[in-house]
Design a protein around this ligand. Sequence first.
Ligand SMILES: O=C[C@H](O)COP(=O)(O)O
Length: 271
Amino acid sequence: MTTSTNGAFDRKPFIAGNWKMNMDHVQGITLLQKLAWTLSDAKHDYNRVEVAVFPPFTDLRGVQTLVQGDDLHIAYGGQDLSPFDSGAYTGDISGQFLNKLGCAYVLVGHSERRTIHNESDDVLNAKVKAAFKHGVTPVLCVGEGLEVRQAGTHVDHTLQQLRAGVAGLANEQAAELVVAYEPVWAIGTGEVAGPEDAQEMCAAIRAELESLFGAETAGKPRLLYGGSVKANNAAAILQERDVDGLLVGGASLDPAEFANIVRFESHLVTD
Ligand SMILES: O=C[C@H](O)COP(=O)(O)O
């Protein structure tokens, strides 16, 4: 069987692990060390496939120390940021603090922020802009719940979240953006959207970005899929043309499993 990969990797594949509220700062260091060793043993080429982790805030300083001390090529980021720069916002974390800790990325609008913390599209748009303002690349998460999927309006719903999230961005910002499509019904449930579902939505997202920012810009952002990704389904999803990477939750807590996802190319079906 012959299948194409995502545009012959026009965009560098991006595999990200969202640790969510797991791993204290000691456990986090151990996990990252094991991941780095596993990838090193496998001679992983970070120039071919970018790897990032999103630990809890309390882990970030330790992660930075390890990455710098061991010269690791693993990027890291925050799981959220404040829309504000600084001030009386108890419990919030500014994008400038993330930047200072060496965070390359920050998740914005993960479904658990949208649902548990009721974050609105307006707030998320402000967070996307705050991330760019502070030199951290936002990973804007979008996706529909089960009821929307069953109603068949998942594309409209997700594109509406996308439009709201990117409103007011300059073309250069849109080009740098990462978008993660995460159908809520597939997160942590074991239900995986099929590769064709991931492709359908990522193609729709790409087309929407083209209508908003033009074709040249729209060809640049990386589009990820997230939702019950494991080593045994990663390659099939990444084989879809418009899927450039994966946002992995539960499986990113197992260094061997996550390393196998990062090494998805060894499972690709080629000529
Ligand atoms: O951010 C990651 C997603 O919520 C997916 O989580 P999961 O891989 O545990 O389903």
